[in-house]
Every structure is written in structure tokens, then in C-alpha cells.
Design a protein around this ligand. Structure first.
Ligand code: PEP
Ligand code: MG
Length: 581
């Protein structure tokens, strides 16, 4: 038995066998003799035929499952596999340099990608992704190394990986993945957020874990304590099996609270809404736990969760938004417009940047691509008649971004009117407060919108100059740091001064201690992952808002995070909230 310590990303216990997800190809490089040349070329042609057949199968599946058009996208890909120039270049290099075929394919593909990268036109940049992809597939076939997709997992496992991208996580087969652990990643990276939304235990920051463990080893995730137990002894296994039963029983008990609204002991309503990423998988949970609406639907997951190479059409988006609004017809649903960029990348639309979190993302990317943005806005307005829609803009840092968006909205609305397509005229428009600039000018911003929602995940990373996905500096990523509390207080004050409401939809709201401080600071509602919603509702029911106001006022006078924590410790002791200390 071995116990590893990491960063807790999503609470819960999982017990199962490990499944190592290793995406790296290890390319051998060795010299070959004259006699081996034809043999290596033969291997190359076999791998090429195999790759082409695989792509044809994928194309058939796309046509069956999505559409003829989606399938056609692979036409160019398939033709490229046996493109004469590429094949000649590989065979010529192999003959000239007398090296094994894998190392030659690897080098030639890399060279081609570098050549294309020099071109200025985006057409050539798109080809890089295709050629790279073909190169990977050829190499996998040459090395007999199959990159098992996490969506094809067919038995219950705990995934162990060096790192998981957002689309890896979004595409996991949720029926069989019990939880996951990784070497890299931070508490509020989007993979972690997804794990929470899907109530999947997860731990990050377990260095070297991929090399320490092999597939099939029984292991335990105890994410509350940040523990990953490899090969547990019998006593530990039994202990955790009992804990898991208790965890399930507690969840069932909490469900009793699902039908009542969230009101503090002294009568203040603090609606608790749900954050959502993959509606088809989450909406039943949102309803089951009695969320008082959806405070954040991260619409970019519509773009990320299907392995699409193109953006969804207006019709596809319209149907997706209509689905959520209809399923939650009597509740408010806040849909955030496209927040691509940072760690949410679609290679074809987001560009490689040195500093992606501070780069061309979210509203910045949308305003520079008005056709993409207007398609989404049109789909949203068309869907608006099916429920209580609210639209929210991400990553606002200047007033002009709102004004420009409003112009696009007017254009979209007048087109719909001309086409006699029904829509709700006064859909509330809100913004995320997730840059320090937005918090500081929140008084000015409030004059242009109907609501705020504090995006603490990004706000913390920008205020603390601390990458939210980097486990090495996670000690700095502190939601209760006085600088964060001051900015949250300013934002709420300015919202109320301008008679608009202020919500919070970052991960900090799902921590009981943070939630107490937020209510004390005057937050009007919190949007959080459904896994924690009922626990927080129970906490608020047993708490007086007046006490929390005094607590938050005191917290605002503190100069270190440690002092705030100690204050909370004293508060929880006095109020017997022992479990959340
Ligand atoms: C946030 O930044 O707090 C937020 C909710 O947005 P995201 O996590 O998607 O960046
Ligand atoms: Mg954000």
C-alpha cells in the first residue's frame, strides 16, 4: 500500500482499478542496414493503408451519427494520408538517411508542420492540425500503440493520467469512469470544474503517478483529504468501502432538502443555482437537487464536448439552448456566451499564445469574430421564448465591450423581427466580473447591464497573478485572501448602488466557509456545482445572515488569509459548524 498526497479537485470517494491513460508516443530512433530499407517501406505502406481504413470508418460513423456534412470534413484528411508528395518525401528520406521508419515519419511530419506554420494564411494553419493528426495516427499504427479514447472505456476504472485536457474530460465515458487523478492541473482548471459538475472524485498534482502505478492496480481516491491510495491493504479497503456507503447515505439524506428554497434562519432568500457544462448529462441532477435555476451554463462546452472540428451551427445551438430552457421552464437559466481560450481550446479557432489566460479569449475573441458571435446570439434569442433566459458575457474588462455587444444584439434582434421569428425582446443581459479591472469599475459597468456574476476562478488568478491550473503555485490561489474579499465587496456594493443583483458563479461558492463570507458580504445568489448545493443549503438554513454580516465586516479588516481562516475557525466553533472547519 502506498499513499500519495495531491490537490483535491472534486470531493468524494472512489474505489476501483487504475487505468493509465498515456497519450505520449515514444518514438525509437535507430540506423538500419541497406537490406532493411524495403522492409521498413513495406511497414510504412501497411500502416498507411490501416490509417486510411480507420479514417474511412470514422467518417462513416460521423455521417451516421451527425450528418453528411460533418462526415465530408474528413474527405481532405483521408486524401492526405497517401498524398504522393508526403509519401515520396518519407520514402526518399528513409533511403537517404537509413533510419527506422517511425523516426523518419516523425521528422518529416514535423518539418511539414513547421513549413506550414510560416505561412500567413489561416488555411495553412488549419492544415497543420490535419497533418499532425495523420502523423499521430500513422505512428500509432507503426508502433502498434493505440491511443485508447476515454470515451470508449467499457469497464469501471479510475483514470490515471499525466494531464487531462478539457475535451478529454468532457468526452470520458461517465458511466465507467469512477474518478480520475493527474500529475498536473489546479483546483479550478476546467477539468476539475467538470469533475465537480459530474460529481466525480478527482485529485490533481500527484507528481510521477503515471510511472508509479500500472493499469489494473486497485486504488482509492479520497478527494476530501487529497489522498490517492495505491494498492490498499484489506483494512483500509474495508474502511473506505464503509465510508463510501456512508457518503451515499448522506447524499440521499440531503435530497430531503431539494424541494425547499434556500432561506437563512433569519429569513433571507439566497437562491442557489447550478453551474452546468454538459446539459444532457447534468440536467436531471440539476432538477433532482432542486437548484433554483442555472446561474452559469458554460456554452463553450457545446463546442468542446463533441469532438467537432467545426463550430455548431445556429440550428444546433438553438436546439441545445431550447432543450435546457424547456427542461427548466419555470426557472431562470443564465447562458454565458462563448468563453473559448485559456484552457478551453479548439485548435481550429483558438490560436497558440504565450500567455493564453491573458490572451485572445472569450468576449475578445467573439467581438473580433462577429459572425460566430451573432450566430450564437441569434440562436439564444430564438430559444428565448422557451423559458426564462438570461444572457451573460464573459471576461469583460472595459465598458466598450458591452456597448459593442449590445449593437450586435440589436442587429440580431432586428433581423429576427424582419424575418418574423419570435423572440423575447427584453432578455436580461449580465456580465461576469472576473478581471480586476471589471471589479474596480463595477460602478460604471453596472449602468449598462441587468446583473453581475462574479467569476472568482479567473478573478483570483488575475488578482493573485497565479495561474489557476498550475499546481506548483496553488498555495497562492486563495479565495479568502484580503485582496479578493475587497474586490468582491466593491463589486457587490456597486451592483446594489445601481439596483442590480450580484451573483457569484466561481468555484469558491461551493466551499462552506467561503459561502458564509459571501453571504455576509451581501451576495444575492450563488451558482455552484450540484454536488455541493444541498450541503450549502443546509448550512444557510442554520445560519443568521445578520451574524454573517458581522463576520464579513470583520474579515474585511484582516490583512492576511490566515487571519481570515482563524476568524472562521472561531465562528464555526461558536456556531458548532464543526464539520466545515
Ligand atoms: C470563473 O472564472 O469564475 C468562471 C465561472 O468562469 P470559468 O471558470 O469558466 O472561467
Ligand atoms: Mg472565467
Amino acid at each position: 500500500m502506498k499513499v500519495h498526497h495531491g490537490i483535491s479537485a472534486s470531493i468524494g470517494i472512489a474505489i476501483g482499478e487504475a487505468f493509465i491513460y498515456d497519450q505520449h508516443l515514444h518514438i525509437p530512433n535507430y540506423s538500419i542496414s541497406e537490406r532493411q530499407i524495403e522492409y521498413e517501406i513495406h511497414r510504412f505502406f501497411v500502416a498507411m493503408t490501416k490509417t486510411k481504413n480507420e479514417l474511412i470508418q470514422i467518417q462513416k460513423k460521423l455521417i451516421q451519427e451527425i450528418s453528411e456534412d460533418q462526415g465530408k470534413i474528413l474527405d481532405a484528411h483521408i486524401m492526405m494520408v497517401d498524398d504522393a508528395t508526403l509519401v515520396d518525401k518519407i520514402c526518399d528520406t528513409l533511403r537517404a538517411e537509413k533510419r527506422n521508419i517511425e523516426s523518419v515519419v516523425f521528422d518529416v511530419i514535423n518539418e511539414q508542420c513547421q513549413e506550414l506554420a510560416k505561412a500567413n494564411e489561416s488555411f495553412f494553419h488549419d492544415r497543420i492540425i490535419d497533418i499532425f493528426d495523420i502523423g499521430q495516427k500513422l505512428l500509432q499504427n507503426l508502433l502498434y500503440q493505440k491511443n485508447v479514447s476515454l470515451s470508449n472505456i467499457e469497464r469501471d476504472v479510475i483514470v490515471v493520467a499525466s494531464e487531462l485536457s478539457v475535451s478529454d474530460t468532457a468526452n470520458m465515458n461517465k458511466k465507467h469512469v469512477l474518478g480520475f487523478v493527474t500529475e498536473f492541473g489546479g483546483k479550478t482548471s476546467h477539468s476539475s470544474i467538470l469533475a465537480k459538475s459530474l460529481s466525480m472524485p478527482a485529485i490533481f498534482g500527484l507528481s510521477n503517478i503515471v510511472h508509479e502505478i500500472s493499469s489494473g492496480t486497485i486504488c482509492i481516491i479520497d478527494s476530501e483529504k487529497g489522498l490517492f491510495i495505491q494498492d490498499p491493504d484489506e483494512k483500509t479497503l474495508k474502511e473506505y468501502q464503509n465510508k463510501k456507503l456512508a457518503e451515499n447515505a448522506q447524499r440521499e439524506e440531503n435530497l430531503l432538502l431539494s424541494r425547499i428554497p434556500t432561506v437563512t434562519k433569519d429569513g433571507f432568500a439566497i437562491p442557489l443555482k447550478a453551474n452546468m457544462e454538459i446539459p444532457e448529462q447534468e440536467i436531471d441532477n440539476v432538477k433532482k437537487c432542486g437548484a433554483e435555476g442555472v446561474g452559469l451554463y458554460r456554452s463553450e462546452f457545446l463546442y468542446l464536448s463533441k469532438k467537432r472540428k467545426t463550430l455548431p451551427t445556429e440550428e444546433q445551438q438553438f436546439l441545445a439552448y431550447k432543450f435546457i430552457l424547456e427542461r427548466l421552464s419555470n426557472k431562470e437559466v443564465t447562458i454565458r456566451t462563448l468563453d473559448l481560450g485559456g484552457d478551453k481550446v479548439i485548435e481550429t479557432y483558438t490560436v497558440k499564445e504565450n500567455n493564453p489566460n491573458m490572451g485572445w479569449r472569450a468576449i475578445r475573441l467573439c467581438l473580433k469574430n462577429p459572425e460566430i458571435f451573432k450566430t450564437q446570439l441569434r440562436a439564444l434569442y430564438r430559444a428565448s421564448i422557451y423559458g426564462k433566459l438570461r444572457i451573460m458575457l464573459p471576461m469583460i474588462s472595459v465598458v466598450e465591450e458591452i456597448i459593442e455587444t449590445k449593437k450586435l444584439i440589436e442587429e440580431v434582434k432586428s433581423n429576427l423581427q424582419r424575418e418574423k421569428i419570435p423572440f423575447v425582446k427584453d432578455v436580461p443581459l449580465g456580465i461576469m466580473i472576473e478581471t480586476p479591472a471589471a471589479a474596480l469599475i463595477s460602478d460604471a459597468l453596472a449602468k449598462h447591464v441587468d446583473f453581475f456574476s462574479i467569476g472568482s476562478n479567473d478573478l483570483i488568478q488575475y488578482v493573485m497573478a497565479c495561474d489557476r491550473g498550475n499546481e506548483k503555485i496553488s498555495y497562492l490561489y486563495e479565495p479568502l485572501h484580503p485582496a479578493i474579499l475587497q474586490l468582491i465587496a466593491i463589486t457587490i456594493k456597486n451592483a446594489h448602488k445601481n439596483k442590480i443583483y450580484c451573483s457569484l458563479c466561481g468555484e469558491m461558492g461551493s466551499d462552506p466557509n467561503n459561502a458564509l463570507i459571501l453571504v455576509g458580504l451581501g451576495i444575492d445568489e450563488i451558482s455552484l456545482s450540484t454536488g455541493k448545493l444541498l450541503e450549502i443549503r443546509k448550512l444557510f438554513q442554520n445560519t443568521n445572515k445578520k451574524d454573517l454580516e458581522a463576520l464579513a465586516a470583520q474579515a474585511l479588516t484582516m490583512s492576511t488569509q490566515k487571519e481570515v481562516n482563524q476568524l472562521l475557525l472561531r465562528y464555526n466553533k461558536a456556531h458548532k459548524n464543526i464539520k466545515i472547519i
